[in-house]
Write a protein that binds this ligand. Structure first.
Ligand code: UDX
Length: 403
């Protein structure tokens, strides 16, 4: 059986790598020539631990191409293209529709599996869009950046959504050797499982952040509260770490899209509305604390440790650090940032200097803000940091430093 993958982002490459590791012949296509040229010489377009090694070790080398038709004529075609947020918060399905059209044009009746995160109902609408020329199924992924390979090779569960028995049996067969539990259902339910999962995790984070706001005022230690809560296995310790809000390419956009879907059918999702509002507020917290401490930021040197939305990745999409930088730039602060994986910033942050090492960023700094919980930052102690700075303001919304 041959596997086609449309889209060479995190999801597409993880899908290609996991099937290649299991001995399938895989063709991965993307319209981005630069990305494909890199992949053809064994390089990734982004940093992801362990992925290069999986591609290098596959018994049948993955074919990377800009010719979509080559991927579309495989036995099963996985659609892994992006679904960015539209201005109204809904998921923009332009790339998904283009991929489906490209497939329908060359491979009548192909099995077209949506791995891209799409709003519930998308498989059915894509099937209509291509006038029934494709057999559309949903098979969402649950990959965490930084652990993509681990999650792709050892998934917590496999969700298969199919509205047609013949497609379901092909997909069940495809995953017959995996040990993960399989949930097979219809497409709209499979799509909902993905959105509900991401939205629940985002809500857990906003819940602990809300509790953190209260703890700060009444003098309780939110980390001990999270530990005490997490020991109850009905609650669980994961995703109870307070911080400057969730970011990344998934949670913000998926929660927004589910809220939009709810509104569009007159079912307001009140908990998720609160989740996003709390998150937006928490993203402002480090800036508010800076202003409280330094008053006027104009000309003040601010060191920022961590730009990525979380450790283990160089991804800055929707990263809380960007919100902080934007605000400080507007206040004419003098910014120096360091992140182990991020070496450049978008044009709007062009004036931010990038230090070569964490310690270098501290030189003459009036304040330090730690925006990403990279483990190497935890190796510093406060006294050592303060010795290297001019001022004495340390803002640590992720509780990276001891003490
Ligand atoms: C997420 C989901 O975990 C994954 O299953 C889905 O497929 C894609 O979206 P990812 O975006 O890689 O994965 O990041 P994740 O590890 O979930 O973290 C998301 C954000 O939440 C980060 O900004 C992180 O710093 C923040 N976070 C996470 C917290 O603030 N506190 C926590 O306790 C956990």
């Amino acid at each position: 059986m041959t596997i086609g993958v449309l889209g060479a982002g995190y999801v597409g490459l993880a899908t290609a790598a996991s099937f290649a590791a299991r001995g399938f012949a895989v063709v991965c296509a993307d319209i981005d020539e630069k990305k494909i040229a890199k992949l053809q010489i064994g390089e990734l377009p982004f940093f992801e631990e362990g992925m290069v090694e999986v591609f290098a070790a596959s018994s049948i080398p993955v074919v990377f191409t800009t010719d979509l038709a080559k991927a579309c004529t495989c036995d099963i075609v996985f659609c892994c293209v992006g679904t960015p947020s539209a201005a109204d918060g809904s998921a923009d399905l332009f790339f998904v529709r283009s991929a489906a059209k490209a497939c329908a044009d060359v491979a009548l009746n192909a099995i077209f599996v949506l791995k891209s995160t799409v709003p519930p109902g998308t498989s059915l609408s894509i099937s209509k869009f291509v006038e029934g020329k494709l057999r559309v199924a949903a098979n969402p992924e649950f990959l965490r950046e930084g652990h993509v390979i681990q999650d792709a090779l050892n998934p917590s569960r496999i969700v298969i959504g199919a509205d047609d028995e013949s497609v379901l049996s092909v997909l069940l067969d495809l995953y017959s050797e995996t040990e993960a539990p399989i949930v097979s259902t219809n497409t709209v339910t499979a799509e909902m499982i993905k959105y509900a999962s991401n939205s629940f995790l985002a809500t857990k984070i906003s819940f602990i952040n809300d509790i953190a706001n209260l703890c700060d005022v009444i003098g309780a230690d939110v980390r001990s509260v999270a530990t005490g809560m997490g020991l109850d296995d009905r609650i669980g310790a994961k995703f109870l770490q307070p911080g400057p809000g969730y970011g990344g390419s998934c949670f913000p956009k998926d929660v927004r899209a589910l809220i939009h879907l709810g509104r569009s059918v007159n079912v307001p999702l009140r908990i998720l509305e609160a989740t996003t509002a709390i998150n937006a507020d928490r993203q402002l917290l480090p800036y508010r604390q800076l202003v409280e401490s330094l008053r006027n930021l104009k000309g003040k040197r601010i060191a920022v440790w961590g730009l990525a939305f979380k450790p283990g990745t160089g991804d800055i999409r929707d990263a809380p650090a960007l919100e902080l930088l934007r605000r400080c730039i507007a206040d004419h602060a003098d910014l120096v940032a360091f992140d182990p994986r991020v070496r450049s910033l978008p044009a709007e942050c062009g004036e931010v200097k990038i230090a070569a090492a964490a310690i270098d960023a501290l030189h003459n700094a009036d304040a330090l803000v730690i925006m990403t919980d990279w483990s190497e930052f935890a190796e510093f102690d406060r006294a050592e940091i303060l010795k290297s700075m001019r001022g004495n303001c340390i803002i640590d919304p992720r509780y990276v430093l001891r003490g």
